[in-house]
Ligand binder design. Structure first.
Ligand code: CO
Ligand code: ZN
Length: 332
């Protein structure tokens, strides 16, 4: 599983440019599903099984895209100005490195600040790619890049860029590998453009037209020094979302997830997240509305180049996901 995670997090796929990730996913799921489609937005939609009388059509969604940057201007000395793809903060950029899709590498630094007590804005940062003029700069306006940081295993705590949300992509692939039987028609959706507003999941949910939807995504934790007040921590099991800033999870879905975890003896945490949302919001609001929830993987330092998960939480998330989709569901 660790090799699968490493392969996925080290693939490059900022929002709108998920092609390389999609090919990794396609190779992993090809022998495990009955049908694979890619829609106009680039979502990879893998179907397994058909609906039986006691089954539902279920959409699972984990996003392939990651946050990044996009060049807006190259000055006469070859310094690249940029804006963000998704939620990128200046504090996590300075001194960091980026890799452009065209193979160019660079580092981010900042102008001299007038007020050194304040963080700079993104507009005060630039990328140095080693060029000395606009003419010899290998980056042009519109080129996109992701943060560059190798995968490391810190004693069972896995750290990398793009854990949001490749860790969920890994969980979904592993669940497919471990799933033995299901009465449901299952759509494993590896979605695009989540970080810029759930765009892939929006079209995928319309196309799949599910009876029930679950996203798999990361959530924050409250277990770091003077961190946010939040009752989710690393190493305490998967989190079952109750609420985030874009969705109230369907209470019937929450109850089903809690009962399934308790029945299987899987430790879990209840999640109330104050900032951010997931593909589940797009599923819930699709067409005439869909009961939806989210299986969350506790993650520290989300949207930084070094996002951290606990391997035991990841493995328990696979177990919970397999339990959830293996038998008939009574939402009650
Ligand atoms: Co994110
Ligand atoms: Zn995410």
């Amino acid at each position: 599983m660790k090799e699968l995670i490493q392969k996925l997090v080290e693939a490059v796929g900022p929002s709108g440019y998920e092609g390389a990730v999609r090919e990794v996913v396609r190779a992993e799921v090809a022998g495990l599903v009955d049908e694979i489609k890619v829609d106009a937005l680039g979502n990879l939609i893998a179907r397994k099984g058909v609906k039986s009388p006691e089954g539902l059509r279920i959409m699972l969604s984990g996003h392939m895209d990651e946050i990044g940057v996009i060049a807006t201007h190259v000055d006469e000395n070859g310094f690249v100005r940029f804006t963000t793809i998704g939620g990128v903060g200046a504090a996590t950029c300075i001194g960091g490195r980026v890799a452009f899709l065209n193979g160019t590498h660079g580092l981010i630094y900042m102008e001299k600040l007038e007020n050194s007590g304040h963080l700079p804005g993104i507009d005060q940062l630039y990328i140095d790619v080693g060029a000395s003029s606009k003419e010899n700069c290998p980056v042009k306006v519109g080129d996109v890049a992701v943060f560059e940081r190798p995968f490391i295993d810190l004693n069972g705590r896995l750290v990398s860029k793009a854990m949001d949300d490749r860790i969920a992509v890994a969980v979904m692939i592993q669940a497919l590998k471990e799933l033995k039987e299901s009465p449901h028609e299952l759509y494993f959706v590896f979605s695009t453009q989540e970080e810029v507003g759930l765009r892939g999941a929006t079209t995928a949910a319309y196309g799949v037209d599910p009876d029930l939807g679950l996203s798999v995504d990361v959530t924050r934790t409250g277990d770091t020094p003077k961190g946010v007040k939040m009752d989710v921590g690393l190493g305490k099991g998967p989190a079952i979302k109750v609420r985030d800033s874009g969705m109230l999870a369907d209470p019937r879905v929450v109850r089903w997830m809690v009962q399934t975890a308790e029945g299987a003896g899987i430790p879990y945490q209840l999640e109330v997240l104050e900032g951010g949302t997931t593909d589940a919001r797009a599923i819930q609001l699709a067409r005439a509305g869909v009961p939806a929830g989210c299986l969350s993987i506790p993650t520290r330092y989300i949207h930084s180049p070094s996002e951290m998960v606990d391997l035991s939480d990841v493995l328990l998330s696979v177990r919970l996901l397999v339990e959830l989709i293996s038998r008939p569901i009574q939402l009650g």
